[in-house]
Design a protein. Structure first.
Length: 108
C-alpha cells in the first residue's frame, strides 16, 4: 500500500496532466478543494471543458444563488464561475479535460 496526504498535491488537484498527481491523464482532472469561509474565487471560465462540482460540506454562493451541502453544480464551457464560501466548505471537482491553459480569468 502506498500512502499520501491531500496536502501533498498542489491545491488539492489529484488527477490530471500535471505533477504531482496520483496518475496523469489528459482527459480528466479530479481535485478536492477546501475553501475557508470568506474565500472568493477569481471569476473565470473554461473554453474547452465542463467542471462538475459536488459540495460535500459547507455552503457556497454563486452569482447570488446559495449552494447547499450535497448539491451538484456544473459549469459548461464559457460559463463564469465566481464562487465564494459563506461557510467552511469541501468540494469534489471533476473537469472533463485537463489543460492548465484552459482557465481564463475575467478582469473585473
Amino acid at each position: 500500500m502506498n500512502n499520501a496526504k491531500l496536502s501533498d498535491f498542489l491545491g488539492g488537484w489529484l488527477v490530471g496532466a500535471f505533477s504531482p498527481s496520483l496518475f496523469s491523464r489528459g482527459d480528466i482532472e479530479v481535485g478536492v478543494k477546501t475553501l475557508k469561509v470568506g474565500f472568493v474565487d477569481e471569476a473565470h471560465y473554461h473554453k474547452n471543458s465542463s467542471e462538475y462540482n459536488v459540495l460535500l460540506k459547507g455552503t457556497l454562493l454563486q452569482d447570488g444563488v446559495v449552494i447547499e451541502e450535497g448539491s451538484i453544480f456544473i459549469f459548461r464551457p464559457g460559463e463564469v464561475s465566481r464562487v465564494s464560501a459563506i461557510a467552511d466548505s469541501l468540494i469534489l471537482v471533476i473537469r472533463d479535460g485537463s489543460g492548465v491553459r484552459d482557465k481564463y480569468i475575467l478582469e473585473e
